[in-house]
Design a protein around this ligand. Structure first.
Ligand code: PLP
Length: 464
């Protein structure tokens, strides 16, 4: 199928700048620079409006797991549109892909997580989890059990509730959040622990903090704990060994539900379809996922709940009341067809095995950057990685925020044909999972050169 070629990209850039309110945008610079128009794509590359090619080190936004331009996926989507493009799943209607994908997710999800609710993305999957959990405790007659605990630097989305559960303080500036219902405990970031504290003691302290918070609020008031297996947008933070299992034990002790936010970590990014059990050895009560579920080809999110929760929420209510939660696009057949095809492709080409092999190479190659004078930490797992830049590697002191070191590195990378994501003083990497050794070598060499040039810039500008 041919791609459009006669588009005036300068006009597109102008239209965008004049009329499109971009998500997560710094308007102080946007109003001058506008946005880079991405016009084409191919496996791990994207191509801008001027025809420049970039290796996409961030998979769009932790997304394009099977790579760009997959024709089989395009055909599956087109085929579903020809068959039945939409039908509501409210009440007693369904479609073939919605049912088949739910069964497939139940097969892939750990433990007895066998029931799937669909929305359009990760934020909605988390909002749905909150509403279901509240409904669950109401059905059980435990009406006071409503409080949510999450972590500083956890990211759970941008709807009102998901942003309230999010603990990245920067993201709350200038907005309001729900403060009465949500409580944040500290972030289990091993890199930032006190220099004289062992990892074991650090883990003990973080687990204890959860228990203390539940006791402070009262176990009868606490409904759920939300956590990402590896914190993504908060800086790719891998908690110490055993943290998830032990926090789950604390939750079980007090009848608190554990929601594992796998919006980034599911569908191969860590080399497994789901990371909670396969990578971190614990089975939560609820998993939320999105992004890699369709490789970002179409919007889709899912809230996957246990048999035990389903048993309670599916009980008939008094007075003819029903389960009043859902969206026009819950179980959208075209998105679900994309999800099914995505999983079929991933299984057929054994993408998780590829990530386990190539992801280790990626981790090791990125760690070679630690010899650079501002690279304080290279962390993450497999195809979910982060570089933390600092002014002093001994003290871990940060470079002044005005230096925008993450942005500078990203800009130098972009000028060299590589897209990496700036996140304050860090740079995040979450490439398509089809990345090969050659791509990794290019990516790491380009990052090295870009960080070296950035160091020169920072010295010139008096930041180092
Ligand atoms: N949860 C996590 C861990 C995420 O990283 C994100 C988005 O990046 C979300 C939830 C929100 O997902 P969405 O942007 O699809 O609403």
């Amino acid at each position: 199928m041919s791609k459009p070629t006669n588009i005036d990209m300068q006009q597109v850039w102008q239209q965008d700048k004049d009329h499109y309110i971009h998500p997560w945008t710094d308007f102080s610079t946007f109003k001058e620079t506008g946005s880079m128009v991405l016009a084409d794509s191919d496996n791990v590359h994207v191509i801008d409006g001027d025809g420049n090619r970039y290796l996409d080190g961030i998979g769009g936004l932790w997304c394009v797991n099977i790579g760009y331009g997959n024709e089989e996926m395009a055909e599956a989507i087109a085929q579903q549109i020809r068959t039945i493009p939409y039908y509501s799943c409210f009440g007693h209607h369904t479609t073939v892909p919605a049912a088949q994908l739910a069964a497939k997710l139940a097969e892939l999800a750990p433990g007895n997580l066998n029931h799937v609710f669909y929305g359009c993305g990760g934020s909605v999957a988390n909002d749905t989890a909150v509403r279901m959990i509240h409904f669950y405790f109401n059905q059980l007659g435990k009406k006071s059990k409503k409080q949510i605990i999450s972590r500083i630097d956890g990211y759970h989305g941008s709807t009102y509730m998901a942003m309230s559960i999010t603990g990245v303080k920067f993201d709350h500036i200038g907005f309001d959040i729900e403060e009465k219902m949500v409580h944040h405990i500290s972030c289990p970031n091993p890199y930032r622990r006190p220099a004289d504290q062992s990892l074991e003691d650090f883990c003990d302290q973080k687990v204890q903090e959860l228990e203390d918070k539940i006791l402070e609020l009262g176990p009868d008031n606490v409904a759920a704990f939300f956590a990402e297996p590896i914190m993504g947008a908060g800086g790719v933070i891998v908690p110490p060994e055993g943290y998830h299992k032990r926090t789950l034990d604390v939750c079980r002790k007090y009848g608190v539900l554990y929601v594992s936010d796998e919006v980034v970590t599911a569908f191969g990014r860590l080399g497994h379809m789901f990371a909670s059990e396969d990578e971190f050895d614990f089975v939560p009560d609820i998993i939320t996922c999105a992004k890699g579920l369709t490789s970002g080809y179409l919007p889709l999110g899912a809230t996957i709940i246990s048999d035990d929760i389903y048993e309670v929420i599916s009980k008939p209510q008094a007075d003819g009341a029903i389960f009043t939660h859902g969206f026009t696009y819950s179980g959208h057949p075209v998105s679900c067809a994309a999800g099914l095809k995505n999983i079929e492709i991933m299984e057929r080409i054994q993408l998780c095995n590829h990530v386990r092999d190539m992801g280790s190479y990626f981790e090791n190659q990125l760690k070679t950057l630690l010899d650079l004078p501002i690279v304080g930490d290279v962390r993450g797992r497999k195809f979910m990685m982060c570089i933390e830049n600092v002014a002093n590697k001994e003290t871990k002191e940060l470079i002044a925020p005005e230096a925008k070191v993450g942005n500078r590195i990203a800009e130098h990378c972009q000028a060299r044909g590589l897209i990496v994501r700036p996140l304050a003083h860090m740079n995040v990497l979450s490439p398509p999972l089809t990345l090969t050794k050659e791509h990794i070598d290019f990516l790491v060499a380009t990052l090295r050169e870009s960080i070296e040039v950035t160091i020169e810039d920072l010295r010139r500008d008096g930041f180092l």
